[in-house]
Design a protein around this ligand. Structure first.
Ligand SMILES: [Zn+2]
Length: 450
């Protein structure tokens, strides 16, 4: 590639160095230049007024489904969707088939990643063998194979002795344990948040207490072991307050919020059907942990705004059309989240709940801090291969899941109008996504993605 792209008058939010200013950026052959090249021909000029350039986003939590469920997603399609969502780095959960519970399985996945991924993919290994919660996996071997942390995501490690042992070993390895904090017994058979809406719809609930008990235990185990416990997809105001107190105490406890838990509520699960306007359950809103009420969603957004929740993570969970059909009880949990993540979280910015620099920080430095990636990944050092996401925080568009690059078309926001869209994504000097909407801002050619 021999390409010169100049972004003119773009708002550069560089959370790694804490700067936020309007300026020009030049990318020459994938390298960010501080000084614009003099009189060079053949540059693509981008009118960047109103646009934001930030380091490319980091997603701590997604499901790429490969190996084993390639009908739902593959490394290829999942990372293309990630690039469209502005993510230059994604961490994939180990609940594949087979699960990432051995070094050999991780190495086989990384072989696929090397040939098929369009963005950086960092895998998690399991906490327990087979994700069964009984015996701690070979965490040391998994670490050598290249995992960046451990998780039995999808299931809680119910046995406290097993979890304590895993945390002790993870602490030795200086790697985080990502906690799907939902007490298994209390959520068994549940479909949605236990509350007014589940009662109205007559479907089984998953109580907030299931999360709060699990978070409480794992904070206690973080204190005992000194391990880094990272609460995945936090959803309740009380859980956020527990994390706040743990941090005040100096424990290594962090948390992430998903766009859907920050913005959507259990009322999204209500659909009106039939001639008499009966209310039914919308399987597209079935997600684990469930969408909570509006007070909890706002508490999560405020927890992100004040920094207790350090990262935004998508929990991108693609499914086939068939997986999401059937009864509320039989439909699969999950939302295809990469391509709507930015548009959803920006709702909280447009409402005045979270500032734009804070959102960008949570999409970049938040994940980088938990993974302990180098500062250069989340800032714009001169003369380095560029990691950059360009987005328009005001661009209005209508979600049409048929156009998702992800194989997973499962989303409760299909047909919604969102404000804010990713226009281009660069990782390690490569342009991996360009949106149609950028074209009208380009002169001298188009930015080409690889
Ligand atoms: Zn989970």
């Amino acid at each position: 590639m021999n390409e010169c792209v100049i972004l003119h008058d773009v708002r550069v939010i560089d959370p790694g160095s804490g700067t936020d200013s309007v300026r020009d950026l030049c990318i020459l052959d994938g390298v960010l230049l501080n000084v614009l090249p003099d009189g060079r021909d053949g540059c693509v000029h981008v009118d960047g007024r109103g646009l934001v350039a930030s380091p490319s986003f980091i997603d701590l939590h997604c499901h790429l489904r490969q190996p084993g469920s390639e009908d739902k997603e593959t490394v290829r399609t999942g990372t293309m969707a990630a690039a469209a969502g502005g993510f230059g780095t994604v961490c994939c959960m180990p609940n594949t088939r087979p699960p990432m519970d051995t070094a050999a399985n991780v190495r086989a996945l990384l072989d696929i990643v090397r040939t098929d991924a369009v963005v950086e993919v960092l895998p998690f290994g399991t906490v327990t063998v087979g994700r069964l919660g009984r015996e701690v996996a070979d965490l040391e071997g998994l670490a050598v194979a290249g995992v960046v942390g451990f998780s039995d995501d999808g299931d809680y490690v119910l046995d406290s002795v097993v979890m304590r042992d895993a945390l002790e070993r993870a602490a030795e390895l200086q790697l985080p344990v990502i906690d799907h904090a939902q007490d298994g017994g209390l959520v068994m058979g549940g479909v949605m948040n236990e509350g007014e809406v589940s009662t109205l719809l007559g479907v089984p609930g998953m109580p907030p207490a299931a999360e709060e008990l699990a978070v409480c235990r794992d904070i206690a185990l973080a204190r005992t072991t000194g391990a880094h416990v990272h609460i995945a997809h936090i959803t309740t105001g009380r859980a956020v307050e527990m994390v706040r107190r743990a941090q005040d105490e100096g424990l290594k406890v962090t948390a992430e919020a998903t766009p859907h838990h920050m913005v959507l509520t259990d009322e999204c699960a209500i659909i009106v059907e039939g001639q008499n306007g009966e209310r039914g359950f919308n399987n597209q809103a079935k997600v684990n942990p469930p969408l909570r009420n509006s007070a909890d969603a706002m508490a999560v957004a405020r927890g992100l705004a004040d920094g207790v929740i350090s990262a935004i993570a998508t929990d991108h969970a693609p499914h086939t059309v068939g997986n999401k059909q059937g009864s509320p009880e039989s439909a699969a949990f999950g939302i295809s989240g990469f391509e709507t993540a930015l548009g959803l979280v920006l709702k909280r910015y447009h409402e005045g709940v979270v500032s734009l620099p804070r959102l960008v920080h949570a999409l970049t430095c938040g994940g980088a801090g938990i993974l302990r990636l180098p500062d250069s990944r989340v800032s714009f050092p001169d003369d380095s291969l560029v990691n950059l996401t360009l987005f328009d925080p005001d661009y209005e568009w209508t979600v049409d899941s048929a156009h998702f690059l992800s194989k997973g078309k499962n989303t409760p926001v299909d047909g919604w109008t969102l404000r804010g869209k990713v226009l281009a994504t660069f990782i390690a000097g490569k342009c991996v996504h360009v949106d149609e909407a950028l074209r009208s801002r380009c002169t001298g050619g188009d930015i080409t993605s690889q």
